[in-house]
Write a protein that binds this ligand. Structure first.
Ligand code: AMP
Ligand code: MG
Length: 405
């Protein structure tokens, strides 16, 4: 059996990122993958400005508390003070307003006393420190500083940073197109009546939603029966129109596992036994020049193998930089069943309790039971060689974030 790490490495080594790119408005760039590194073309902030509502002055004038200065003007955001502050003078200043070069500190309004009869005289109850409450020109970013590396996938806050740099358009990789279908004679689409020996197709919905969240275009080819010709037709359509094909079911060694039989004839695909649970059967390779990921049919297996095996490779294909999953250490809050031989990805519930991360099983761990993925907030990653876990033992957690939840 292939280890998860080796399987992923093999796939990563096989694929080349797509090269086509396009220019999009930043508001449309969330979840798109940057095709060219971005460096700052401006200094941020672009001028010294006040971090507080208060008064600006020369810090020397308020070297000790209880000094009084004369108010000579004001600076509002977007409306700078044009004069020069002299000794003994101060100006009213608002957050974000430019601090004149003649001032060297800002004292917040809370630390002042103003007598309504002599409003031009401001008493400062605290001393000023040089540079206090001034956000300095260029302190966050300087011209030329690297901002985003090529392969970066944009989040909402990234778009904010782009906007603050004055950038309106970015060059991103074109979206990946991923063809998707389910196979299985027992499957019925939700919304239709079914016999008691049939089940509803859930994989296609989970996978479609995950692929869309990843920013890919999904070509949903529906439900394909266990029929060699129909499966072959689906592969022909999919490979003509998509960069990658994701399908579930039929990659095992059962009598009706036609996907395997068809692909054996059509393409260069490896059928692997990956040492993971849930999972194990998994197929990867090329069909008519299009990458193919064959996931096991059981819904938890399909979801977890998609996340652990297919996703890193799809991301590389889409031009995204490789990322290691963020792993967290936790203490098992209860015993966990585990047999050596395969790496387990158990569905868990992570809670911060009594000053530590504790993780509990999210319920029955059958590879067909989506409810445990619904209940859980993390995967408990138990190493391949590990045996049963006692309460109190240390385990490694991966939060179930995007795209699963
Ligand atoms: P297979 O990988 O085709 O042998 O299927 C393994 C198990 O997963 C069987 O119990 C199937 O009925 C179930 N299964 C396969 N595809 C789906 C699907 N799209 N949605 C829900 N369950 C499925
Ligand atoms: Mg099947």
């Amino acid at each position: 059996m292939l280890s998860v790490r080796d399987a992923v490495q093999h796939m990563l080594d096989s694929v080349q990122p797509i090269t086509e790119s396009e220019t999009v408005f930043i508001a449309d760039a969330v979840d798109r993958v940057l095709a060219q590194a971005i460096h700052s073309t401006v200094d941020i902030p672009s001028y010294d400005n006040s971090a507080m509502d208060g008064y600006a002055m020369r810090a020397d004038d308020v070297a000790t508390p209880q000094q009084t200065l004369t108010l000579v003007g004001q600076a509002l955001a977007g409306h700078p003070f044009r004069g020069t502050l002299k000794a003994g003078e101060c100006i009213r200043i608002m957050t974000g307003a430019e601090v004149p070069s003649s001032a060297s500190a800002v004292i917040p309004q809370e630390d002042t006393v103003v007598d309504a009869n002599i409003p031009q005289q401001i008493l400062f109850t605290t001393a000023a420190k040089d540079g206090q409450n001034i956000r300095r020109h260029g302190e966050e970013l300087k011209v030329g500083a690297p901002v985003f590396a090529s392969g970066h996938r944009f989040t909402p806050v990234d778009i904010g940073l782009l906007a603050s740099l004055g950038i309106a358009d970015v060059n991103v990789h074109r979206r990946l197109t991923v063809a998707l279908f389910s196979t299985g004679d027992e499957l019925v689409a939700p919304g239709h009546s079914k016999r008691s020996d049939q089940i509803y197709d859930s994989n296609r919905f989970v996978l479609h939603a995950m692929l869309e969240r990843l920013g890919y275009q999904v070509l949903n080819l529906g439900l394909i029966p266990d029929n060699k010709q129909e499966i072959a037709d689906a592969f022909m359509v999919a490979s003509a129109r998509a960069d990658a094909i994701v399908c579930s079911g039929g990659v095992s060694v059962g009598d009706a596992d036609y996907t395997k039989q068809v692909i054996d004839e059509l393409g260069a695909v490896g059928f692997w036994k990956v040492a993971m649970k849930p999972g194990k059967p998994f197929a990867f390779g090329k069909v008519n020049g299009t990458w193919f990921f064959g996931l096991p049919g059981n819904p938890v297996s399909a979801t977890v193998t998609f996340q652990q095996l297919a996703l890193p490779t799809l991301q590389r294909l889409a031009g995204e930089r490789d990322q290691e999953p963020v792993l967290i250490q936790a203490v098992a809050g209860e015993p966990l069943k585990k047999r050596p031989g395969r790496a387990d990805f158990q569905r868990g519930i992570l809670r911060y309790e009594n000053g530590e991360n504790r993780v509990y099983s999210a319920g029955p761990q059958g590879s067909g039971m989506l409810s445990s993925l619904v209940q859980g907030n993390c995967l408990i990653r138990l190493e391949q060689d590990r045996g049963p876990v006692e309460a109190g033992e240390s385990v490694v957690i991966q939060l179930l974030g995007t795209p699963i939840k």
